[in-house]
Design a protein around this ligand. Structure first.
Ligand code: OGA
Ligand code: NI
Length: 220
């Protein structure tokens, strides 16, 4: 279920129309690069205040030991799963009544509206989680769409790492079919967008704590 409260505030006032116009330019950067390269990248998808608010949330949740290994509801993972990914996650939800999470969802609502309007994508839902990769963590090469569930259409990742430099590792490595792989650095505010069923990708070993929000736009 999608919510669109942001629209009430934004539409019908010229200053807010201007903000919407800027947002649409950022959305188009992501969509145009996706169409050209199969991987969309927009550098300032999250503005610095939203990125830092989400980062403080994630850091607080981590300190409160709310983050968990992905896949199942408890801490027990098979050895096989542990060799594939070593990050810990926490799902965002409007029911948390958190200002930053809700601002993030408002932004995603705008993005989904824009995507559906301009690309006829028919997205009807989404899910997003925070992810923390501690030093030494990784996520081996994989596809985001499950074999028994095709609802995930597009993968979207947003990074929350200020002062990221080469040598810190933790790049997202994308493996397009029949083309050279591409490394993307997890720099603050950047968003990456690609088709969940098509692109294999990997998170390379990170040399320092690596923070992000990862999610999927869904149909059905
Ligand atoms: C994932 C994933 C990539 C990243 O969570 O499925 O591939 O750069 N994340 O964090
Ligand atoms: Ni993935």
């Amino acid at each position: 279920m999608l919510y669109f409260p942001y629209l009430h505030q934004v539409r019908g006032n010229s200053a807010n129309c201007f903000i919407l116009h800027i947002l649409e330019q950022i959305f188009n950067t992501l969509i145009d690069s996706f169409i050209a390269d199969k991987v969309g990248i927009a550098k300032d998808f999250l503005n610095s205040s939203l990125a830092s608010g989400l980062k403080s949330n994630l850091t607080k949740l981590y300190a409160e030991q709310k983050l968990r290994t992905a896949g199942i509801g408890n801490d027990i993972l098979t050895d096989v799963q542990k060799t594939i990914r070593t990050d810990v996650i926490y799902w965002l939800d409007r029911s948390h009544n958190d200002k930053n999470e809700n601002d993030f969802f408002d932004l995603m609502d705008e993005f989904v509206l824009h995507l559906n309007r301009t690309c006829y994508t028919g997205i009807t839902g989404y899910e997003f989680h925070y992810a923390m990769y501690e030093k030494g963590s990784f996520y081996k090469k994989h596809l985001d769409q499950f074999r028994n569930n095709e609802s995930r259409q597009y993968s979207m990742i947003m990074y929350l790492n200020e002062d990221w430099t080469e040598g810190d590792g933790g790049e997202l490595c994308i493996y397009p079919k029949d083309e050279a792989s591409q490394n993307i650095s997890p720099v603050n505010g950047k968003s990456v967008f690609f088709k969940s069923s098509e692109l294999e990708h990997e998170v390379l070993v990170t040399n320092k704590t690596r923070l992000s929000i990862t999610g999927w736009l869904k149909t059905g």
